[in-house]
Design a protein around this ligand. Structure first.
Ligand code: GLV
Ligand code: MN
Ligand code: MN
Ligand code: MN
Length: 410
């Protein structure tokens, strides 16, 4: 055990091969949840896992579990994993790394003929990004009992297609019930998606907590009219109202430093014609903070501010909070075993709070869970330019290997 290391080149080649599916010109990947490309990525993962001797289970949310048998298969498994879906202009590593690091751990166990006491599984969680079907982490949320199955399957994209329909269409509406079984432990390896590890020249982030987040959808309605004859003072321009709210959202983030984040990332303007005053605007808001009390204050500021702006601009407003994922403290034993594995391997490390949402956040409600972060170049993620160093990716996977074997043999 002591000298066993995962295969760095194989992990890298596997990541690069997966990244080709939906590969973009700028070197990233576009594999939106439950598209044909997502299906291709899933099929490739399943084939690799079958070649590694695993048994595959797919549940009703399309979550995939690849199981390597243990000595005692009545024990709950130790599970690794993350997601294969990406942002529209996503990178090759966000999510994919946690899935393929899990596969690499299984391959390394095979190479070394290691039998673990409990079974070990690599998993893929459906639609973590929430980019096509909001909210994020929806299928790990169903698994953990945060959402019911019907809610999960009825999530719809902007064209009205539901997750249930799309799962059937791509052949990943599985038979297994979602959740209702226990994991001995769950570990998610992930790129940091921020600049801290790189800035501090640390190899491993021992993730102790994840910050909370809330998502909203706002629709402002004014009056669509001609951009020439309509005098400025009588206009009810929905985009002007949206612009003021967007600026306020940014200010709420800035007013709650350090640690607060506030973003408007999606905006639809109707009718979106250069010489028509916009009559309707739909947009999203994402706010985050590690402290739920401050997140609540940010929520209040958003509600009150948006109300005031809409009134001043004589606009109607529909304001919906569609998601609240509270801050998550990860399991102390799992965090400790990640830290211990990191120290045994001689890697520099620091404790950190995850700024992004991850499937581990929901799984932590039903299983002892923690995460392992590795640096990413310039802290850039949710971007085709996302990059990570093969040595760092291998280091994170070595830590994952040790933590998993320890928990599987406990
Ligand atoms: C999803 O990747 C998120 O953290 O928003
Ligand atoms: Mn991710
Ligand atoms: Mn992401
Ligand atoms: Mn995420």
């Amino acid at each position: 055990m002591k000298d066993i290391r995962i295969n760095k080149q194989r992990l890298w080649d596997t990541l690069m091969e997966m990244g080709e599916i939906g590969g973009t010109e700028k070197g990233g990947s576009c594999r939106l949840a439950l598209t044909d490309l997502d299906k291709q990525g899933r099929d490739l993962f399943v084939r690799w896992c079958e070649e590694a001797g695993c048994t595959i289970t797919v549940d009703k949310m399309g979550n995939i579990f690849a199981r390597r048998a243990g000595e005692d298969n009545s024990l709950p498994p130790v599970v690794m994993g993350s997601h294969l879906d990406t942002q529209p202009t996503g990178g090759k590593f966000d999510g994919v790394y946690g899935v393929l690091a899990g596969l690499e751990v299984i391959r390394t166990l095979n190479d070394n003929d290691i039998k673990t006491r409990a079974p070990v599984e690599a998993s893929v969680w459906t639609n973590e990004e929430g980019s096509r079907f909001p909210p994020a982490m929806v299928s790990s949320g169903v698994f953990a009992g945060e959402f019911d199955l019907e809610y999960g399957l009825s999530r719809a994209d902007l064209d009205g297609k539901t997750m249930g329909e799309e799962l059937k269409r791509i052949g990943y509406a599985g038979d297994a019930d979602v959740g209702g079984r226990s994991f001995k432990a769950f570990f998610e390896a992930h790129i940091e998606q921020g600049p801290i590890l790189e800035d501090e020249d640390k190899k491993i982030g021992v993730v102790t907590d994840a910050q909370g987040q809330r998502w909203y959808e706002l629709t402002l309605t004014g009056q669509e009219s001609h951009a020439g004859p309509t005098p400025m003072p009588i206009r009810r321009d929905a985009l002007v109202g949206a612009a003021r709210i967007i600026d306020m959202v940014n200010r709420i983030g800035m007013d709650n430093q350090p640690n607060a984040c506030a973003t408007v990332g999606l905006l639809q303007v109707f009718p979106n014609s250069r010489n028509v005053i916009p009559g309707e605007v739909f947009f999203t808001v994402d706010i985050r903070h590690p402290n739920d009390k401050i997140l609540e204050q940010m929520d209040q500021a958003l509600r009150e501010g948006a109300e005031r702006i809409a009134e001043d601009a004589r606009l109607e407003m529909e304001f919906k909070q569609i998601w609240h994922s509270p801050p998550v403290p990860f399991n102390k034993d799992c965090v400790d075993s990640v830290r211990r594995a990191t120290e045994e391997l001689g890697f520099s490390h620091r404790d950190m709070v995850s700024g992004a949402g991850h499937d581990a956040c929901y799984i932590s409600r039903v299983a002892p869970t923690s995460m392992i972060f590795v640096p990413c170049e310039d802290g850039i993620s949710h971007n085709e330019a996302e990059r990570a160093d093969p040595d760092d990716l291998a280091a994170g996977c070595d830590v994952l290997f040790r933590a998993v074997v320890q928990h599987a043999n406990d």
